[in-house]
Design a protein around this ligand. Structure first.
Ligand code: ATP
Ligand code: MG
Length: 174
């Protein structure tokens, strides 16, 4: 990792392409021999194609931190605990200086569901002096994160086959 503060990049919005944009960047960086860590908040170790392909690539380490689509459950205690443990790991990796890029996939969702205290997360991101490029994905990015970030893209949904009853498809959604 170089000794500067990396970019803070956000992919948000309701259209498809946030996680895959971050994974595309990870793949691009891996081609240069850069080291990438992808921490997947919310997601469990369901058979996402990216888990399988990143398993074949030395440069990209990917870790699911959650249990699946969590906020439908009655109790959020377990999800809160997982989110906190995941954030702790993210902070320690951001400070460690080993990775060139760290993707915090679906962190926006964790923040917008109140599973982590947004002010504390924002304060920590603001106070990092040296860190890798950080890519945060998920719908409903908090305004304060958008203000802090160097690069923000909003995926805007124009059409999605979900609306005509199409279920999630292999290679497209997972
Ligand atoms: P991807 O992982 O494909 O890049 P994403 O990260 O932008 O998508 P998420 O908000 O994380 O999308 O949603 C996960 C999956 O849900 C996506 O693969 C996406 O295709 C699907 N999805 C997106 N929009 C809708 C929608 N309006 N209704 C239902 N499912 C949707
Ligand atoms: Mg996503």
């Amino acid at each position: 990792m170089n000794s500067e503060k990396g970019l803070l990049i956000v992919f948000t919005g309701h259209g498809k392409g946030k996680t895959t944009a971050a994974l595309g960047m990870a793949m691009r960086a891996a081609g240069h021999g850069m080291r990438v860590l992808v921490l997947q908040f919310i997601k469990g170790s369901w058979a996402y194609g990216e888990l399988l392909s990143c398993g074949k690539m030395e440069e990209i380490e990917i870790k699911p931190l959650g249990t699946g689509f969590t906020w439908k459950k009655e109790s959020l205690d377990e999800d809160r605990r997982l989110a906190e443990a995941g954030w702790k790991e993210a902070v320690s990796e951001m400070k460690r200086g080993y990775y060139d890029i760290i993707v915090l996939d679906e962190l926006n969702v964790v923040l917008s569901h109140g599973l982590l205290p947004a002010e504390e997360v924002l304060e920590t991101l603001k106070n990092l002096t040296r860190c890798p490029h950080i890519v945060i994905t998920g719908r409903n990015a908090p305004d304060e994160l958008i203000a802090l970030a160097d690069m923000v893209t909003e995926m805007k949904e124009i059409k999605h086959p979900f609306h005509r009853g199409q279920k999630a498809m292999k290679g497209i959604e997972f």
